[in-house]
Write a protein that binds this ligand. Sequence first.
Ligand code: ZN
Length: 375
Amino acid sequence: MRAPVAALAVSAALIAIAAACEGAPDEVEVLDLGTVTLSDTGGYSGPIEVAMPSDTTSAVAWCGGYGDAALGAVWTLTDPGGAVVYDGDDGDTSRFRSDFLDDMAPALLPVSPKLPMADGAWSFDWFVGAGNGGSLDCGAVIRSGIGDDVGSDATINVEVVFVGVDLTAATAADDADWQSALDTFETEWGTAGLTVNVVYKDFGGNVDRFTVVDVTDDDYSEFNDLLRTADPDDPRSITFFVVEEIANNSDGGATILGLSAGPPGAATVPRTSKSGVIVSGVDLRDAPGDVGRIMAHEGGHFLGLYHTTEKDGSNHDPLDDTPRCTSDGDGDGILLASECAGSGSGNVMFWTFGDDNPSFSGDQGWVVRRNPVAY
Ligand SMILES: [Zn+2]
């Protein structure tokens, strides 16, 4: 809601003073953008417009419901002036990047200072691959009221849900290992200007099924199903599920310490396959700081951050001030933290654990403080 002072016929200076005294509302609103029918072989949604009011800070738009076995992504993004600012056919991810995601493909604006929010109608065209088709349910959440004036600090509500681990909502506050994990998480997020406001809950669903979350390289349906239970008391929160283990059952599958919806997650939207983050508690008793590091990293993905450098070096984030590693010294096709010293291993969003005490860059902080879940 706009402050009523905007309607008064007084000078601009007086309006500014009145608005500052009242405090501009910083609100999120969820919009239903309707349904699109695709053939079974997949295809394009066609242009879906999201109208941003003049005081918009950020938005997450999505199309979803196409199934856990299919993949979808934003294929073209057009700004209010009619310029195509991202085109999946030309591979230019310098200003905007969209990854393929199963069942729901959210897209965040802005993901880079190089493509800031602008008033008016942005147009998204989603592509969904073969394997499901059917109908897409599309929507958006818009954060508005304060425009781009987010400042250098923000708060994010975190609802931690314990699933089959030796921690409960009642014991977490006095559990030294958990508090150590939380300290690390809060310290790393603090480098982006984020303050964490934590509440705890014990999982009320099928604990036996989700204590160990089983995935394979091609099947993340159990991960998706646990996220579909995320329903925080305050919708403007990120749900972090802490499970006993995330088991990768593919042959030679790498250990998984955390998984995030996105990037980006479906900020402020409960009960979708992109409604939170899952963290493995397997290291909680031996290396609690690692659990905190995973929370910081996976939460960064939820908020719209990509890896600064991917494991094989094939891609980077769309930010100018994050370090990019290109040196595969031993030629094994993997950019190890030891090969990326000084060029990425000190960033929270490097693809794997790197230096101790990693931090976010200025541009990364710029992105996460604008996310609809932040305030
Ligand atoms: Zn990651």
